[in-house]
Design a binder for this molecule. Structure first.
Ligand SMILES: [Zn+2]
Length: 177
């Protein structure tokens, strides 16, 4: 274990350290991570500061499996599949990481403007004109979007194709078709 416990394994801070078990079924010492109070509170609340978690750019290359797995989980929550793709995990580490991400996903419930649960593959109708930033068009009210996806780790958005462009749409502006 060496000096694992002296600093936060994600951000390097030494403020109010705690040991946190990874959200996987068979937790052991191998699957726990040393976190500072700031990292821990953001991870617990689910409200991640994207800039703050730039520290994942370093922690994702850690030698400690649990730190890599936690980095994977947090990149997933931040919707950064591009970072997950460049990570290197051993087969058993990847298995645990995917298990943790699936467990988190199964706890998230996505709901439309009426509170109806949304699932991957559903069709939805857009309830108001939405300007799509960066794409130069407006997703019109009344547009049906088929085969939506759920925004990873973010219950306030779904993703779907409008005008051939994949966009994120706020769940408060849609209803299940
Ligand atoms: Zn930290």
């Amino acid at each position: 274990m060496g000096n694992r416990s002296t600093i936060c394994e994600l951000c390097g801070s030494d403020n109010n350290m705690t040991v946190v078990e990874l959200p996987v079924s068979n937790a052991s010492e191998e699957q726990s991570i040393y976190l500072c109070a700031n990292c821990n509170s953001q991870i617990e609340s689910g409200d991640l500061d994207e800039i703050y978690f730039n520290c994942l750019n370093d922690s994702m290359w850690s030698e400690t499996p649990a730190v890599k797995i936690m980095s994977y989980i947090l990149w997933n929550r931040l919707g950064r599949q591009d970072m997950i793709e460049i990570m290197y995990l051993e087969e058993d580490e990847l298995k645990l990481a995917e298990q943790a991400v699936n467990l988190e996903a199964s706890k998230l419930v996505y709901r439309d403007a009426n509170g109806v649960e949304l699932k991957t593959g559903d069709s939805i109708v857009i309830l108001k004109d939405l300007e799509v930033k960066g794409a130069g068009f407006t997703a019109k009210r009344g547009t049906t979007v088929t085969r939506i996806g759920l925004a990873p780790g973010d219950v306030s958005h779904v993703e779907g194709r409008v005008n051939g462009t994949k966009i994120f749409i706020k769940t408060e502006f849609i209803k299940k078709a």
